[in-house]
Structure formats: C-alpha cells, structure tokens
Write a protein that binds this ligand. Structure first.
Ligand SMILES: [Zn+2]
Length: 141
C-alpha cells in the first residue's frame, strides 16, 4: 500500500471501496430475490432453500453456498401482513357491501382466507428476504 500523498485522493477512495466491497459484491439482487421467491438457493437457483415449511437449509445441496448465517427476522411477516391485510380489507369492504352475508359467515370466511393467504405467502416472502440479504451481504462484507 503506497502512502496517501503519492496516490492522490481518487486512488485512495478507489482502494477504500475495493477493500470494503471485494469482487464478490457483484451479486445480482433481483436474480437472488427471484430465486428466493421460488424457494431456490439465491446463489445457484437449483438447490432447495427450505428444508421444512419455513426452516431454511444451512448449506445449499447443489452449490454448497453457506446460508446458515442469514436471518430474515420479522421482514417476511411484515411483508406478508402488509399484502394480506390490504387484500382482505379490500374484500371485506367490497364483498360485504353488496353480498349481504350474515355476520357469522363473514366472521368465518375472512379470517380463514387471511390465515390461508398468510400461510401461503410466508415462505415466498421469506425466500424473497433471504435472497435480498444474501445478495446484499456481499456488498457489505
Ligand atoms: Zn445453491
């Protein structure tokens, strides 16, 4: 590493960026998120992302990428509730107005629909977040 005075500010900044963001940082975030949406490894798109309903694999069986350290935390739940809430509330306001369902029917139908949608969407949103985190972590490694 040459002294700062000999390299100039531009070269210094470039070397700082190269140190902070190594060559590995060229991961395609959109591709990784698409692969995660499909429940596939964000690195190769071949291996399965989940070993059970919401439990991600530690290592991709296809490419060997280590995914054990990726924690999606509350992100998938937040996105799922955001999507399902908007759809179910729109249906309640839209259908209940003209269908004239009895109260008991609405109280059974909408929570069941919301629960089913949440259960169906959670693995999808979790895969999306894992893909985004995997792609983003390289940029901040
Ligand atoms: Zn893989």
């Amino acid at each position: 590493m040459a002294p700062l005075a000999l390299r100039g500010p531009r070269s210094y900044i470039a070397s700082m960026i190269e140190e902070r963001f190594p060559a590995k940082s060229g991961r395609d975030v959109r591709l990784a998120m698409r692969r995660g949406l499909k429940g596939r490894c964000p690195a190769c798109g071949q291996g399965r992302l989940f070993r059970s309903y919401l439990k991600p694999v530690d290592v991709c069986a296809s490419c060997g990428e280590d995914l054990s350290h990726i924690r999606a935390d509350d992100g998938p739940a937040w996105l799922t509730v955001l999507i399902v809430g908007h759809i179910v509330v729109a249906l309640v306001l839209g259908i209940d107005g003209w269908a004239g369902w009895p109260l008991w029917q609405s109280m059974v139908f909408y929570p069941t629909l919301g629960l089913a949608m949440c259960l169906a969407l959670l693995p999808v949103t979790k895969g999306l977040f894992i893909g985004a985190i995997w792609a983003g972590e390289a940029a901040h490694a």
